[in-house]
Design a protein around this ligand. Structure first.
Ligand code: PXP
Length: 242
């Protein structure tokens, strides 16, 4: 049964809009846990535009479920991850001008560096996932550099203009899942998933973890974080049981 990690970056985005101390991502994480979330995900970006070092430190101390740190492979961030020791890191590309993570990490181009980072994470007892596009070369490269898991980028599915385009993206995700499982990788998925589009992705067998942020934080502003996380968990359960 697939599970939900709530990405709470945008709770920090609201806080940073006023450079104040509320809303606190630590409080939001508690609400997600109370809703039954499997994990909490945050992205400590190099420009610290939302999540801060303090958030990462406190979340490591307070999150009782899985703590997944999204991060670039830049050395200062790698050092923070090694000091903090989250349960899992998800390696992502990072471009300072982007609004959110664009594209997947290039595990072919950066194979040497990712292998080195993965080795160090493993020594510290941290699971490693790589956020990649559903491309066979990227999947095989992720396995070759020693990743435990991949997170399939669902952005192209989320941006599909009509049902037939969305179905093609679902088929592509299923092929990617098959290749990943053949290479003994655990398969996660995320990016751009919403209450409206989660169904067909939750129904793909073999995907075991979803990382969902913006849509849940958006809904939480109207219904509350606990309820927003619960509603997404209910949808994942409903569609994956089919
Ligand atoms: N997975 C990864 C690797 C991401 O970078 C993000 C965005 O921070 C997400 C999942 C969540 O995407 P969204 O906010 O669109 O749900």
């Amino acid at each position: 049964m697939p599970v939900l990690n709530v990405n709470i970056d945008h709770i920090a985005t609201i806080r940073q809009a006023r450079r104040t101390d509320e809303p606190d991502p630590v409080w939001a994480a508690v609400e997600c846990e109370l809703a039954g979330a499997n994990g909490i995900t945050v992205h400590l970006r190099q420009d610290r535009r939302h999540i801060s070092d303090r958030d990462v430190r406190l979340l490591k101390e307070t999150v009782a479920c899985k703590f997944n740190l999204e991060m670039s492979i830049a050395q200062p961030i790698v050092n923070i991850a090694l000091d903090t020791r989250p349960d899992q890191v998800t390696l992502v590309p990072e471009n300072r001008a982007e609004l959110t993570t664009e594209g997947g990490l290039d595990c072919v181009k950066y194979a040497r560096r990712i292998k080195e980072v993965t080795k160090r994470m493993h020594k510290a007892g941290i699971l490693v996932s790589a956020f990649i596009t559903p491309d066979p070369d990227q999947i095989i490269a992720s396995a070759q550099v020693g990743c435990d898991a991949i997170e399939l980028h669902t952005g192209m599915y989320a941006n599909a203009k009509n049902e037939s385009a969305a179905s093609k993206r679902v088929a592509q995700l299923m092929i990617a899942r098959d290749i990943a499982l053949e290479h003994s990788l655990i398969v996660h998925a995320g990016h751009g998933l919403t209450y409206r589009n989660i169904g067909p992705v939750a129904a793909i067998e073999g995907l075991c973890e979803f990382n969902i942020g913006h849509s849940i934080v958006s809904r939480s502003t109207l219904v509350g974080m606990r309820k927003a996380a619960m509603q997404m968990i209910e949808l994942i359960d409903k569609f994956s049981k089919k």
